[in-house]
Design a protein around this ligand. Structure first.
Ligand code: HEC
Length: 274
């Protein structure tokens, strides 16, 4: 009798705590949403635009051992065409015989046109908290911003492209690594969250269309622009998988899979994330 009353009291307490925690979560979610809304109402308040500008300067500057600009870089719509190029990436490039996302393609141009050393560029390609996005990331932010307002329209219908998307899907769904996580463990259900962070249901086109087009994004909590390659790197790290190399087949496959899911979704880059 005594015991069951105690148990009942404990269960009641837990239930109360639980519902309080849920109510707090909902409050926090609403507050974050309001904050995002305020930032969106004043689009010029997004600090990521400074990196898009920096990227534009870098694109046009004569740089690297060969002292040339990236204005001859073909992002898929012809040498030097930046407008709308991001909306059609990833895609297959015959000159490299590879499917490439925006960052992988810029990396390729920096190597082939400007003479930068690939190994040096991929050694530490992502900024730590508080550091600005690196040059490659600023360039990607610039290129993506030139497709802002357009819709994702990567065809991804050539044999190599289809293979890449299929590999991305397998990687997304398959559990691996010491934690036995798949991307799907965290991103294949609606309403999932870790602490305060909502986990978008990325294999669902409706949800993918909402978020994928916001990358590269200014991430308020780390005060810098984070690119999609960086996002993949971090999620892979959360899975305790081997370090994801920028431009690797695995990174491109995951990004191609996401772009395919987001097909038709609007691009709003640089976006804003918590
Ligand atoms: C252990 C859970 C976990 C796994 C596994 C995981 N992620 Fe994530 N992912 C997160 C979290 C947490 C965030 C949001 C972080 C934040 O809010 O800053 C996130 C964010 C993202 C985003 C950005 C979503 C948005 O809001 O725009 C993408 C895209 C993404 N993950 C893709 C992947 C892919 C692809 C994989 C597999 C390689 C993966 N994730 C594996 C936890 C995970």
């Amino acid at each position: 009798m005594h015991l069951s009353r105690t148990l009942f009291a404990a269960a009641f307490m837990i239930a109360t705590l639980f519902s309080t925690a849920q109510a707090q979560d909902a409050d926090t979610e609403r507050a974050i949403e309001r904050y995002r809304q305020m930032l969106k109402e004043d689009p010029w308040s997004n600090p990521g635009l400074l990196d898009a500008d920096r990227g534009e300067d870098l694109w046009k500057a004569k740089r690297g051992p060969k002292a040339v600009s990236l204005e001859q870089c073909d992002l898929g719509k012809g040498a030097g065409v930046v407008d709308g190029a991001f909306a059609e990436l990833p895609r297959y490039f015959a000159d490299a015989d590879k499917v490439m996302d925006v960052e992988t393609r810029i990396l390729w141009c920096m190597e082939k046109l400007q003479g930068f050393e690939r190994a040096a560029l991929v050694r530490r390609p992502h900024p730590g908290g508080g550091q600005p996005v690196r040059e490659l990331g600023a360039l990607a932010t610039y290129v993506a911003s030139k497709s802002s307002g357009m819709k994702f329209a990567a065809k991804l219908d050539q044999p190599k492209e289809r293979e890449t998307v299929a590999l991305g899907e397998t990687l997304f769904m398959r559990r691996s690594g010491p934690f036995d996580f798949a991307c799907a463990s965290c991103h294949a259900e609606s309403g999932r969250r870790i602490r305060l962070q909502g986990l978008p249901f990325l294999s669902d086109p409706e949800a993918a269309r909402k978020v994928v087009g916001e990358w590269p994004a200014y991430r308020v909590s780390s005060t810098h622009v984070m690119t999609m390659q960086h996002r993949m790197f971090d999620c892979y790290w959360q899975m305790r998988m081997p370090e994801l190399e920028l431009g690797s087949d695995v990174s491109v496959a995951l990004i191609s899979y996401l772009a395919k899911k987001a097909e038709g979704g609007e691009i709003a880059a640089p976006g804003l994330k918590r």
